[in-house]
Design a protein around this ligand. Structure first.
Ligand code: KE4
Length: 428
């Protein structure tokens, strides 16, 4: 696989941009080698600057659930852009996207658009603190909720990949307000809440964790989070930036039938453009300025082009049969990957929730940060490179989720199965 142009571009990028990338996990540091510079993408494929094409299971870390360059999304963006790119004033598109989201997430009575998942979670926590007048939050080890200071404590995603769960630059008096607990540990959660509830404003959770690979909640875990937070007047925040419209059209909360107080969204709702959102109970969201005293703002929040891309995406997703088709594709991929691993005799664990998934190179069940870290990242790196050489692009880190889109074909999945089988044969 020739990658001379990517190599020379990466050299140039490193002179101007920290690590040569605008987001750490793109730098391939966890797997080694030179990141691919992408020229274009269409449907399930991405094409790098050296003319190589790949079946894409990263999908821009989740947003491209319809596949790349979907005609309806491109059309909506072009039409919107031709009328101007930003006004710094309200538009009807913000109402339209809010209505589409509220229809899919009935727990969201009021919603504020922002520009990223980080902004969404950071703002949701500020509102929860303003609403409860308490300072502490609970998050779960290995979960990633964006890079706001108080959340970069035992974070997942890039932070775990680097093995630096607590980031330098986060003042210690920020971190002391963040309690981190093991995911899926019901007993410990109940104990910590019982002993500290008077100081705890919010529990923030990825209902399905997509930043330690893909980790599912054990039976009853989310229910307990809901019951205990209800009992002690703690705001339950579902970070559905990744799971929203991915686990189901109504996110993980619809799938697991749990109603959070606030939901954070991102990725899919922007159709590939920068959009995040947080919303939930009216009595909490009415705290947000200018309706209430909790300040939060953004020059490009609700940007008309981004709203248009989000509206086009959700309209496509809301069509009948879409999620049946997505489920069929994801299920076929799951069976294919499992068969390939079994045929070669490589021990793995595979987890999936809707169209997000992960294969761990481990022989133990993965239920939290510790067990996720038991997976063999050396084998993963070899696997990543072998797949890449066979035209399959998965996340360049064991601690990320994979994604499939509506545009992935049976042929793509067959090719992926063969590539997985041959890659594993080679590294076994
Ligand atoms: P952004 O600020 O990157 O838009 O969203 C932060 C965020 C919040 N919550 C969850 C559950 C998330 O998964 C994310 C971001 N996800 C990562 C992928 N693990 C984005 C990829 C990257 O950091 O480049």
């Amino acid at each position: 696989m020739k990658n001379q142009r990517s190599i020379s571009l990466f050299k140039k990028a490193n002179k101007l941009i920290p690590g040569g990338v605008n987001s750490p996990v793109r730098a391939f540091r966890a797997v080694g080698g030179n990141p691919l510079f992408i020229e274009k993408a269409k449907g399930s494929k991405i094409f790098d600057v050296d003319g190589n094409s790949y079946i894409d299971y990263v999908l821009s870390w989740g947003p491209m659930i319809l596949g790349h360059a979907h005609p309806q999304i491109v059309k909506a963006i072009k039409e919107s852009a031709s009328k101007g790119t930003s006004f710094g004033a309200p538009t009807s598109k913000e109402i339209e996207l809010a209505q589409l989201i509220q229809k899919a997430f009935p727990s969201i009575e009021k919603i504020r658009m922002v520009n990223s998942g980080t902004e969404a979670t950071m703002s949701a926590i500020r509102v929860a603190r303003g609403f409860t007048k308490r300072d502490k939050i609970i998050k779960f080890e290995g979960s990633y909720h964006g890079h706001a200071d108080g959340l970069l404590v035992k974070a997942g995603s890039g932070a775990t990949t680097f093995g630096v769960p607590d980031s330098p630059g986060v003042p210690k008096d920020y971190a002391i307000n963040t309690i981190t607990l093991p995911f899926n540990n019901i007993k410990l959660f109940k104990e910590v809440v019982k002993n500290n509830y008077k100081e705890i404003s919010a529990v923030i959770v990825e209902p399905v964790i997509g930043n330690m690979g893909c980790i599912l909640p054990i039976d009853g875990f989310l229910q307990i989070l809901r019951e205990e937070t209800e009992r002690y007047g703690i705001v339950l925040i579902f970070d559905e930036v990744m799971t929203g419209f991915r686990v189901s059209y109504g996110g993980a909360q619809a799938f697991y039938k749990i109603k959070p107080d606030i939901t954070c969204l991102g990725k899919v709702i922007g159709g590939g453009l920068p959009v995040g959102a947080y919303g939930g109970k009216k009595e909490i969201m009415s705290m947000v300025a200018p309706e209430g005293p909790v300040y939060q703002a953004g020059t490009l929040s609700g940007n008309p082009i981004a709203m248009s891309a989000g509206i086009a995406t959700l309209k496509e997703l809301s069509k009948k049969e879409t999620y049946i088709s997505l489920e069929n594709k994801a299920n076929l991929l799951e069976q294919s990957l499992k068969e390939a691993c079994e045929k070669v005799g490589v021990k793995t664990r595979f987890y999936r929730a809707g169209t997000m998934f992960c294969t761990y190179f481990t022989e133990i069940d993965v239920v939290d940060y510790e067990t996720a870290k038991s997976s063999d990242t050396k084998i993963f790196s070899l696997f990543f490179k072998e797949l890449l050489s066979r035209g399959v692009y998965i996340a360049p880190s064991q601690f990320e989720a994979g994604f499939i889109s509506l545009s992935h074909s049976t042929e793509d999945i067959k090719k992926t199965k063969t590539a997985v089988y041959n890659s594993l044969k080679r590294i076994k």
